[in-house]
Write a protein that binds this ligand. Structure first.
Ligand code: ZN
Ligand code: ZN
Length: 220
């Protein structure tokens, strides 16, 4: 029986039901958490259930529900943090204040590696591409594994919706450009894990999403 090279488990965390993903390389059984925003007992359970050895934490952006507990968890596991893009530093610096506001544990940290458009990150023997997708936050990035036709897009795009742009340094047009210029070229059959809610594919969103479907943008 041949196994897919990459497996993923989605674990909703925090009162905001943010989709934390545990990604792992089936060849090495080494893995990474993407956006471990909180609820660390659930994440420890996922490690035990899968038997994966965690080697790093990957972050899409600096919002509390995505990375409030990243620094705490990285220290506990003895692993590094890669991402987001350095333009989200101001969000990471205010995690303690935002945590108090949303009732989530939040602790600022310094990523071991800031990521940029065109960078790659590794998880076991897997290589994921990094795309910078500003708009929801200025330093938002997404991770793409072409061989699996899978993308982890954080709060850029959701099934039937798109990320909010009413935060400091949010920009609606920039978000639309990120979606059409960085996500769509990954291919319609690409499945994506959004930051919140169910998975979808880019083809499905191009046909039906009320904000970014082809017919909506063409008539704008
Ligand atoms: Zn966000
Ligand atoms: Zn979010």
């Amino acid at each position: 029986m041949s196994q897919p090279p990459l497996k993923a488990a989605i674990i909703p965390v925090t009162p905001l039901k943010q989709n934390c993903s545990l990604l792992w390389c089936t060849e090495t059984m080494r893995g990474a958490f993407v956006d471990p925003g909180g609820d660390l007992p659930k994440l420890r359970q996922a490690i035990a259930a899968t038997g994966v050895t965690i080697e790093k934490i990957l972050l899409t952006h600096g919002h509390i529900d995505h990375c409030g507990s990243a620094g705490i968890f990285a220290t506990e596991l003895g692993v590094t943090i890669e991402g987001p893009h350095r333009d989200d530093r101001f969000w990471i610096e205010r995690l303690a204040e935002d945590g108090a506001r949303y009732g989530v544990a939040g602790q600022p940290f310094e990523p071991d590696r800031w990521l940029e458009d065109g960078d790659t990150v590794t998880v076991g023997n897997l290589t994921l591409d990094v795309r910078h997708c500003p708009g929801h936050t200025p330093g938002h990035i997404v991770f793409h594994h072409p061989q699996s036709s899978l993308a982890l897009v954080g709060d850029v795009l959701f099934q039937s919706s798109i990320g909010r742009t009413d935060f400091p340094r949010g920009n609606h047009q920039q978000l639309l450009d990120s979606i059409t210029q960085k996500l769509w070229p990954m291919g319609g059959d690409t499945a994506f894990v959004p930051g919140h809610g169910p998975m979808s594919t880019f083809a499905h969103e191009r046909a039906t999403n009320p904000f970014v479907a082809d017919h909506v943008l063409e008539s704008a």
